[in-house]
Write a protein that binds this ligand. Structure first.
Ligand SMILES: O=C(O)CCC(=O)C(=O)O
Length: 292
């Protein structure tokens, strides 16, 4: 369970860190399952429906960038997503009626792990209200050098920042971000970060010799309903499931308007979208993230 101080910190700052949530045994089991899932994948030959490879490696390179939807595809992670230990914390933040929304594992391999530019998660999946939390479990010790998460505190109650250029969604903030406000969240393996879907966050390239693997799950209040049924929403909603309480009979609206994420080309992952945007503009906003 979260302490009252944790809950207060989450609502005030837009995030809270809880060290030691996962035991050594849980970490070892997660690592083994991830290795099983990634085994045999190369840049040239891998299952694109299940994982994404780091692009800057030889065709026979085996460095995975992301495992898609572990809590949908693999029993171990699915059970974890429905565990009381985790859902009790989510209920403290979002209330009794909860939907599992999506999950992923970002691998950030040593020496190459791709950067993530500033973004707010809600920009990707507009909902009728903001009661949505992203939960990041560090599966390795995370430091600034291997690309720990960085957040801008106290921005979750404000408006959504612009994530589009010329009307097309870029998957990242497209207005200036004051990187001096960034707080790097270093933590030991097993730590968890609960973060509002409106908190701007980023992480730099992993230039260290240690991987920074992170399991990410998102939950939302049952009455936070999608307000735009684009292709990405359609795909993601197939994995949405009630994990606690009751389904909502009424959608709760707390926003009067919300930008539609319109993709210029086909839908793409965060990494691909941000890469496309960087090559189009050659001006990464990540340069403003704190690197030391
Ligand atoms: O892996 C990270 O550092 C951040 C991940 C993230 O923000 C995302 O995948 O949406």
């Amino acid at each position: 369970m979260l302490s009252p101080q944790h809950v207060e910190h989450y609502h005030r700052e837009g995030y809270v860190v809880y060290p030691g949530f996962l035991s050594r045994d849980e970490l070892a089991t997660f690592h083994a399952e991830m290795e099983r899932v990634a085994a045999g994948s190369t840049l040239a030959h891998h299952d694109k429906t299940r994982l994404e490879m780091e692009p800057k490696q030889a065709p026979d390179g085996t460095l995975v960038r992301r495992l898609y939807e572990p809590c949908t595809h693999y029993e171990l992670f699915r059970e974890f997503s429905e565990s009381d230990k985790l859902l009790d914390c989510v209920e403290q933040l979002l209330g009794p009626d909860l939907l599992f929304h999506y999950s992923k594992i970002n691998m950030k391999p040593a020496g190459i792990g791709s950067p993530v530019e500033w973004h707010q998660d809600l920009s990707y999946y507009p909902l009728t209200n903001r009661d949505s939390v992203s939960i990041l479990f560090y599966l390795d010790d995370a430091t600034v050098q291997n690309g720990c998460l960085q957040v801008i505190p106290r921005r979750h109650d404000g408006p959504l920042l612009s994530h589009s250029t010329d009307g097309f969604f870029q998957g990242k903030v497209t207005e200036p971000v004051d990187g001096t406000q960034a707080v790097p969240l270093e933590g030991k393996a097993g730590a968890v970060i609960f973060m509002s879907c409106m908190t701007p966050h980023a992480s730099i390239t992993n230039t260290s010799t240690h991987p920074r693997r992170t399991l990410i799950l998102s939950y939302r209040a049952a009455d936070a309903c999608p307000i735009y049924c684009g292709e990405m929403t359609h795909l993601t909603e197939q994995n949405v499931r009630l994990v606690r309480g009751q389904r909502a009979l009424v959608a709760r609206f707390t926003m009067t308007d919300f930008p539609i994420p319109r993709y210029e080309k086909r839908i793409a992952s965060l990494y691909e979208l941000q890469e496309q945007s960087r090559s189009a503009s050659a001006k990464p906003s990540l340069a403003t993230a704190r690197a030391s």
